[in-house]
Design a protein around this ligand. Structure first.
Ligand SMILES: [Zn+2]
Ligand SMILES: [Zn+2]
Length: 243
C-alpha cells in the first residue's frame, strides 16, 4: 500500500527546500510525468511588471522512484538554476549546485526509473525492461520487422477497481500543463489544490468508477463532476461538470 499522504507530504517537503534555499521569486510550479528529467526550472515574466518568477517543476515518477534524499538533491539542482537563470550547466553553475548539495546531472542518480514494462520478442524470446512501452522496438527475423509484445510488470497495480484506486490514493497528482484546464472545467478556485479535491471525490460515498476499454484511462464521478485518471500513473488528466 502507498502512503495515502505521499503526494501531499512530498509536495510539502519540496516547498520547504525551495523556501529555504531558492531566491525569493521562486515557487514550486507542480508536477510533470517526465521520465527523461528529474526536474525543470523555468523563468516567467510577472505580468505588468519587470520582474520574473522562477517555477520549479519536479517529475512525479522521479519523486516516486527515489528516496527523499535524492529527490531533495534534484530540487537543489533546480534551485541552482533559479539562482543562475541564464547560466545553463556551466562551471559557475556546477559550483553553485555543488555548494547547495544538488546533483550535477541525472547521471549522478544511483539507478534509473524502475521498469514497468517487459518487452518480449515473439520470435527469439529476447526480453527488454523499460519504464514505458516502446512500440517502435523491433527485431529483424528473416527480413521481417517483428515488434515486441509488452507486459505491465510495475509494482503499483493499474487501477482496475475503486478499491485499488483508494488503496493507492497517495499517488493521485495533477501535472502542471493540465492544471488550468481542469480548474476551468470544474470551476475550482485557484487556492484549492486539485489533487486534494480529486482525492476527496475519490473517497466520497457513492462515486462510481468506469474503466475505459483498450486504454489506460478510467473515469470517476458523482452526479455533479467527473474526472478522468490515467490508470497507470494515477494522474488526473481531465475533468468535466455533468450539468
Ligand atoms: Zn539542469
Ligand atoms: Zn527477436
Amino acid at each position: 500500500m502507498i502512503d495515502p499522504m505521499f503526494e501531499q507530504e512530498m509536495r510539502a517537503k519540496i516547498v520547504e527546500v525551495i523556501d529555504k534555499y531558492a531566491p525569493e521569486n521562486t515557487v514550486f510550479g507542480g508536477w510533470d510525468d517526465a521520465e527523461n528529467h528529474g526536474g525543470m526550472c523555468g523563468r516567467f515574466k510577472i505580468p505588468g511588471t519587470y520582474s520574473y518568477r522562477n517555477k520549479i517543476v519536479i517529475s512525479f515518477p522521479y519523486a516516486r522512484n527515489y528516496s527523499w534524499d535524492w529527490v531533495r538533491k534534484i530540487v537543489l539542482h533546480e534551485i541552482a538554476h533559479a539562482k543562475l537563470p541564464t547560466e545553463g550547466h556551466t562551471p559557475m553553475f556546477r559550483e553553485v549546485c555543488d555548494s547547495l548539495g544538488g546533483i550535477r546531472t541525472g547521471a549522478d542518480l544511483p539507478y534509473g526509473l524502475k521498469p514497468r514494462f517487459e518487452g518480449t520478442c515473439p520470435v527469439c524470446g529476447k526480453k527488454q525492461l523499460e519504464y514505458s512501452r516502446k512500440p517502435s522496438l523491433y527485431h529483424k527475423h528473416d527480413g521481417e520487422e517483428v515488434h515486441f509484445d509488452w507486459k505491465y510488470i510495475g509494482e503499483v497495480r493499474i487501477i482496475d477497481s475503486i478499491e485499488t484506486l483508494r488503496e493507492n490514493i497517495g499517488l493521485i497528482h495533477v501535472c502542471i500543463n493540465k492544471e488550468e484546464g481542469i480548474r476551468e472545467s470544474l470551476e475550482i478556485d485557484p487556492e484549492i489544490d486539485i489533487a486534494e479535491w480529486s482525492r476527496k471525490l475519490i473517497l466520497k460515498d457513492g462515486v462510481t468508477l468506469k474503466l475505459k476499454k483498450n486504454s489506460y484511462r478510467c473515469t470517476l464521478g458523482d452526479e455533479e463532476n467527473e474526472i478522468t485518471i490515467d490508470a497507470m500513473s494515477y494522474t488526473v488528466v481531465s475533468a468535466r461538470k455533468k450539468q
